[in-house]
Write a protein that binds this ligand. Structure first.
Ligand SMILES: Nc1ncnc2c1ncn2[C@@H]1O[C@H](COP(=O)(O)OP(=O)(O)O)[C@@H](O)[C@H]1O
Ligand SMILES: [Mg+2]
Length: 245
């Protein structure tokens, strides 16, 4: 079953509720969250640590069950048979890197490329592109010997390898130097422009989006999740930031 608005919406979240724990340790994390991510946009989730960004991403991926609500990803519920979410239709970069330490970078990308059934020549070209894009060391380097920042970039490459229509990136630019961060942003914008990719990411750095000098998409969207612990309480408002102004 699909809905008409899913022609333009890559992801729709309707009235999502999610809690953890029970009794006195019950924690309401997502409370009636509604969100619409248009296709071919970069959609940023902003909010203080612990406000539920990773939880929401895992619900969108179909990896975490919700208490209430409906999610549509590329027109179908995640986990629908034959849909590809979770699967090849989505590239996911988790907040904590989950890589095999005793694989080389090349073996890591081969592993993910093979899972996604990429033809060998396409995978080879994609690997070369990603190594250059993310300024990674030699393909023969062992993942276990890389720095934290380099491991995050390998994890990023693994999310991008099959050129998925939906990218879900949990804090992709943490541990990345400012110059590389700019380059990554430029490439994310190219994916949107050239392939109509939809990108949902979490970030602490609202400024990094501004620096990206966005010319070719009309807008970026930010969804600010409310903090629970006082201080920064922002209602879950969608701020539309138009970079053509
Ligand atoms: N599996 C879990 N069990 C219990 N509490 C959790 C679990 N995962 C996350 N939490 C709690 O839920 C809240 C939201 O977590 P998270 O979604 O990781 O936030 P964010 O990504 O915005 O930092 C935090 O208070 C976190 O401690
Ligand atoms: Mg998180």
């Amino acid at each position: 079953m699909t809905q008409d608005s899913d022609v333009v919406a890559a992801v729709r979240c309707i009235n999502i509720k999610k809690h953890y724990g029970r009794g006195t340790s019950r924690l309401e994390v997502l409370q009636n969250l509604n969100m619409l991510v248009p296709r071919g946009t970069i959609y940023g989730l902003l909010g203080p640590s612990g406000c539920g960004k990773t939880t929401l991403l895992r619900c969108i991926l179909g990896r975490l069950s919700m208490d209430q609500g409906t999610i549509w990803t590329l027109g179908k519920a995640p986990g629908t048979r034959g849909h590809g979410i979770p699967g090849s239709m989505v590239g996911y970069m988790p907040q904590e890197t989950a890589l095999y330490e005793d694989f080389t970078i090349s073996e890591t990308l081969n592993y993910f490329g093979t899972i996604h059934r990429m033809p060998k020549d396409v995978l080879k070209a994609r690997k070369a592109f990603l190594i250059s894009l993310l300024d990674l060391p030699s393909m023969k380097s062992m993942v276990g010997n890389l720095s934290g920042g380099q491991k995050r970039r390998v994890s990023f490459a693994a999310a991008l390898v099959q050129s998925p229509p939906l990218l879900i990136l949990d804090e992709p630019t943490v541990g990345v130097d400012p110059l590389l961060r700019m380059r990554i942003w430029e490439h994310l914008l190219e994916f949107v422009k050239d392939w109509n990719t939809t990108i949902i990411l979490t970030t602490h750095y609202i400024e990094e989006a501004r620096q990206a000098n966005i010319k070719f998409i009309s807008s970026l969207f930010y969804h600010v999740l409310p903090g629970r612990m006082g201080g920064l309480i922002i209602s879950p408002t969608m701020l539309k930031i138009n970079y053509r102004d």
